[in-house]
Design a protein around this ligand. Structure first.
Ligand code: UD1
Ligand code: CA
Length: 484
């Protein structure tokens, strides 16, 4: 909410004024050399056009309309139905794209905010400053500009002796002197709709065969109407991505921005340059991220965790005080105080309860491990439901696949699975049951029973073996044979 102290962020539009935002994304993006539409190329894990949409948050807009071409319809699937869409049947230029928006904008529109879909670093504050200037100046066009030495391919802002904007000249049409101009057009503008619509229809083709939106600036100046401009605080923020070199530059800048946001909110990042965190990730205070770590997608990490070095976390929820050392966690939930690593792989749809401990080389897939489960050394648990405080000895494997189906394994609370147990699913092992080291368990084990051998035979705990050898009431450590 705006406060008196931050009134520059207040968006002073009257409700009676209808504002719409139009995002142009109908171009082919040929310079990307890609099958994927340009604006869907991800930057810090999100399509660049999604960053542009996010930057509109907080503005009072009656509509957000995206102009798409026949080859960029996939954008609609990504952005969803919360936005409106218009079709530009052929990519005849930015001026033509905005003309295509017109028909889709039925109803009353007083002012338009027009943006390109390829400026992922644009910040909401900058858009607000542009809109505020447009409202306060009553100009018919207010454009966002920036200063840079990297002017290649960009439209230059031409001003008269008094510093007033007179035109935007595209690089292809610019004279050598105009090419020296270091103020560029960002491709982001506000327009007064009543002036825009009739004049947009008057645009003529440029020598390159496209209808340039930028030609409107000179038309406005020639008709004696004011064109205002706002200079962005950095060029980087309005940098359009046209090729994969610029994509990498945008990626680096966005990732640095994400790291800085997290560090300012209380996350320690030991080595920012080797830490890759998507814009969508949330991390709690006092969590420390060690080097060579990647955190992606819809991941939420709690407070006081230690993540990495060398961990990859994707689309997962990690509770407070977890430790994830050199491990991969995908699409899973970890409750508080879970520890793992080095070299664990938690695959999708897994749920690890409080204080679960996984040591070296553990793989868990689509399984639920109850609180306090211990699995110290090289084991595979797939399609299993494991109760509280179960010990899983070294080398234990759920043999969940019979060549046709994936079969489930159930293990009750406080069971003790000896080292190198092969649990042939479907299988149910009861609470407090024990499996002997090296056993191949292919039949259910009731609560409190012991299963030993290959294939495993059942005994009551404490019962002698058939051959008279002492066995059974072995301590769990002896059954496990495991060095913890
Ligand atoms: C445009 C500007 C240039 C500015 C630069 C800033 C024009 C003529 N030039 O050039 O002054 O410095 O942006 O980055 O406007 N699009 C359509 N339909 C089309 C063509 C483009 O929807 O027929 C969309 C694209 O998908 C893109 C945006 O408009 O999102 C900008 O198009 P692009 O081709 O990248 O323009 P630039 O050459 O970068
Ligand atoms: Ca561009």
């Amino acid at each position: 909410m705006p406060t008196l102290g931050s009134c520059s962020f207040y968006f002073p539009l009257k409700v009676s004024m209808a504002w719409v935002a139009v995002i142009l994304a109908g171009g082919k993006g040929v310079r990307m050399r890609s099958r994927l539409p340009k604006v869907l190329h991800p930057v810090a894990g999100q399509p660049m056009v999604a960053h542009v949409v996010n930057a509109l948050e907080g503005l009072e807009l009656s509509r957000r309309l995206v102009v798409l071409g026949p080859q960029t319809q996939a954008v609609r699937e990504q952005l969803g139905d919360g936005l409106s869409y218009a079709l530009q049947p052929e990519p005849l230029g930015t001026g033509h794209a905005l003309l295509c928006a017109r028909d889709a904008l039925d109803g009353k529109v007083d002012s338009l905010l027009v943006l390109a879909g390829d400026v992922p670093l644009l910040r909401a504050e900058t858009i607000r400053a542009l809109v505020e200037r447009h409202v306060s100046s009553r100009a018919i066009i207010t454009m966002l500009t920036a200063r840079t030495q990297q002017t290649d391919g960009l439209g230059r802002v031409v001003r008269d002796g008094a510093g007033r904007v007179t035109a935007i000249v595209e690089e292809r049409e610019a004279t050598p002197a105009q090419r020296q101009i270091d103020e560029i057009n960002s491709g982001i503008y506000c327009f007064q709709a009543s002036w825009l619509w009739p004049n947009l229809a008057k645009l003529s083709k440029s020598p390159s065969g496209e209808f340039y939106l930028t030609d409107l600036v000179q038309m406005a100046v020639e008709s004696g109407q004011g064109v205002e401009s706002v200079e962005a605080s950095s060029f980087q923020e309005v940098m359009g991505v046209n090729n994969r070199i610029q994509l990498a530059q945008a990626e680096a800048a966005m990732r640095q921005r994400v790291r800085e946001r997290l560090m300012l909110s209380g996350v320690t990042i030991i080595d920012p340059l080797s830490t890759f965190i998507d814009a969508s990730v949330e991390i709690g205070e006092d969590t420390v991220i060690y080097p060579n770590t990647t955190i992606q997608g819809r991941t939420v990490i709690g407070e006081g965790c230690r993540i990495g070095p060398g961990s990859i976390i994707i689309d997962s929820q990690i509770g407070d005080d977890c430790r994830i050392l050199a491990s991969v966690v995908e699409g899973s939930v970890l409750e508080e105080h879970v520890e793992m690593g080095p070299f664990c792989h938690i695959r999708p749809e897994s749920h690890l309860g409080k204080r679960v401990h996984l040591g070296n080389f553990g793989e868990v897939k689509k399984s639920r491990l109850g609180p306090g489960v211990q699995m110290g050394h090289f084991s595979y648990i797939g399609d299993a439901q494991i109760g509280a405080n179960v010990n899983i000895g070294a080398g234990t494997i759920t043999c969940n696949y019979d060549g046709v189906r994936k079969n489930p394994t159930f293990i009750g609370d406080d069971a003790f699975i000896g080292s190198d147990s092969m649990l042939v699913a479907p299988l149910r092992i009861g609470a407090r049951a024990i499996t002997g080291a090296g056993s191949v368990v292919n039949k259910d084990v009731p609560d409190d029973m012991l299963a030993v051998g290959v294939p495993a035979r059942l005994r009551a705990k404490g019962q002698k073996a058939d051959d008279g050898q002492a066995s059974a009431e072995a301590t769990p450590e002896a059954q496990s044979g495991e060095d913890t």
